[in-house]
Design a protein around this ligand. Structure first.
Ligand SMILES: [Mg+2]
Length: 265
């Protein structure tokens, strides 16, 4: 009898705690519902953690191979993107879902917190590279107004090369090629890491979905060699490419359009 009463009490307390905490009771607006699974995948799946370790482990293997027979005269550099490559912005996506808002709403607030977690393996790998004299350059499409808070975030997490010389933020254009060329003036770029194909080469700038696929097939030998990609199911050029050339759509129209892109049998 006492056991039954105790069990009942635990259940009641659990219900109260659950309903008072976090996001219980929040009703998702259908507009942002499509982000739910992709954000949970990024934020909660151990698979994403494993993929991140996999990416940085491969990067270390490649770096060791290169250092063993380094044919370059110039100092070596590794290019990393920031968002969803070294820093995890899934709490921003979660906020967008729960408040039914879109980028850039809350983006400034999120960046200014400077509290994004480091992606698993990133800090360790880039510090390892630093011990070998290989510098990291951070080429990101975060706007330059967020450079100081991003540097604060990177520094807090223990990343190396957190100084103005190694930060190449977005000023006038999102195409990263001119910034890669700038690094190439003084360094040999041996590895590029990103969650978006245009983190690697401008062949992927503003391409349609079939063109992107073709370019990946053409460049297949580079993946896991010079180009190392991390997973991002929540946003990116892959999603923009699906709607490329379409007229302006409401969220509902976009969802309908995307549903039609599914390949069924
Ligand atoms: Mg990114």
């Amino acid at each position: 009898m006492r056991i039954i009463k105790l069990t009942t009490l635990i259940i009641i307390v659990s219900i109260i705690i659950t309903s008072c905490s976090g996001n219980a009771g929040k009703k998702l607006n259908a507009d942002n519902e499509s982000l739910l699974l992709s954000t949970l995948y990024q934020q909660k799946s151990a698979e994403v953690v494993a993929l991140s370790y996999q990416a940085y482990n491969i990067a270390e293997l490649r770096l060791n191979q290169i250092l063993e027979h380094n044919p370059y005269d110039k100092p070596l550099a590794i290019i990393v993107d920031v968002d969803e490559t070294v820093l995890d912005n899934s709490p921003f996506e979660a906020k967008s879902i729960l408040e039914n808002t879109d980028y850039p709403t809350y983006w400034k607030e999120w960046c200014e917190l400077a509290s994004a977690k480091a992606l698993p393996g990133a800090v360790e790998f880039l510090n390892y590279a630093a011990t070998k004299g290989v510098e990291a350059f951070y080429i990101t499409n975060r706007k330059v107004e967020f450079q100081a808070v991003t540097m604060k975030n990177l520094e807090k997490k223990g990343f190396p090369n957190v100084d103005n010389a190694h930060m190449l933020f977005r000023t006038i254009e999102s195409n990263k090629e001119p910034r890669r060329q700038k690094v190439l003036q003084s360094h040999e770029i041996v590895i590029l890491m990103g969650d978006n194909l245009n983190d690697f080469t401008d062949l992927f700038e503003a391409n349609s979905e079939p063109e992107r696929l073709q370019n990946v097939n053409d460049l297949k030998a580079e993946f896991g060699k010079k180009f190392i990609i991390l997973p991002n199911a929540t946003y990116g050029a892959w999603l923009d490419a699906l709607t490329k050339g379409q007229p302006e759509m409401s969220k509902k129209e976009k969802l309908d359009f995307l549903t039609k892109q599914l390949e069924s049998f």
